[in-house]
Design a protein around this ligand. Structure first.
Ligand code: DGL
Length: 266
């Protein structure tokens, strides 16, 4: 069993998982956390399942080596392909993904059972949301769309620009035709950075679900809450200055480049 109040290790390919970290800190303010952004190898969404699995295992190994007693895979792509291998590799460490909580939140929010998932190519290809949604709502009508450029826009800090809105209009047009979904899952942890643009394109009848809050709440229910003030250590595999700058768009407070440690995965 993990040591009590051991840090929670959180990882993503880049800054997108900070949307999950933010919610985790809100739900578990006393826990120490280590956040790893694999910025050297982003984007994961365009990689093969084998490569994504290998990256996820390397990230898990680094975080467990740093004392993490619990892992949160704050990346849908790595959750879709790496969750099973991570659980196998680290049997004494609870490993949480973002897909099942996101699917559960979407099913709870949908009135019509028409649910759309927007995600990376690798997440869409894996069909993990379809499986998780159908396990809860077998008759659900599910549409899945890959929106890979959203990741680059979020990493650039351009989530709230007219370029983001133009990209959203282009990618999301299939969701504006025929029987429209009433819930759209932001199935990539980078996508909340474009939430306002996506909401404007989809219009008021559509509820956007992001799994960050659902994951944080499920952890808060099961984990020890920790001490008085939890701290966060930030790690990145490349370009710590850029990571620190863009992270400012995702977190309530800025991070200085000196607070981000450069690490190598292998
Ligand atoms: N943030 C990641 C996700 O949730 C993936 C972004 C990427 O590296 O393609 O899927």
């Amino acid at each position: 069993m993990p040591a009590p109040n051991s840090p929670i290790g959180v990882f993503d390919s880049g800054v997108g998982g900070l949307t999950v970290l933010k919610e985790l800190r809100r739900a578990l303010p006393g826990r120490r956390m280590i956040y790893l952004g694999d910025t050297a190898r982003l984007p994961y969404g365009a990689k093969s399942p084998e490569t994504i699995r290998r990256y996820a295992l390397q990230a898990g190994k680094l975080l467990v080596g740093r004392g993490a007693g619990r892992l949160v895979v704050a990346c849908n792509t790595a959750s879709a392909h790496g969750l099973g291998p991570l659980r196998e590799a680290f049997p004494s460490v609870p490993v949480h993904g973002v897909i099942e909580p996101g699917a559960a939140a979407a099913v709870a929010a949908s009135q019509s059972g028409r649910i759309a998932v927007i995600a990376t190519e690798a997440t869409v290809r894996a069909g993990a949301y379809e499986t998780a949604i159908r396990a809860l709502l077998p008759g659900a009508e599910i549409q899945s769309l890959a929106c890979p450029i959203f990741v680059a826009l979020a990493e650039e800090g351009w989530g709230e620009t007219e370029i983001a809105e133009a990209a959203a209009r282009r990618y999301l047009s299939p969701l504006l035709q025929g029987d429209r979904p009433d819930v759209v899952i932001l199935g990539c942890t980078h996508f909340p950075a474009l939430k306002a643009a996506i909401a404007r394109v989809l219009g008021p009848g559509v509820r956007l679900v992001d799994s960050a809050e659902a994951v944080a709440l499920s952890l808060a229910a099961g984990a020890d809450v920790g001490g008085a003030a939890g701290s966060v250590s930030f790690l990145a595999t490349d370009n710590v200055e850029r990571f620190a700058r863009v992270a400012g768009h995702f977190l309530p407070e800025p991070i200085a480049p000196g607070e981000v440690e450069l690490v190598e995965l292998g």
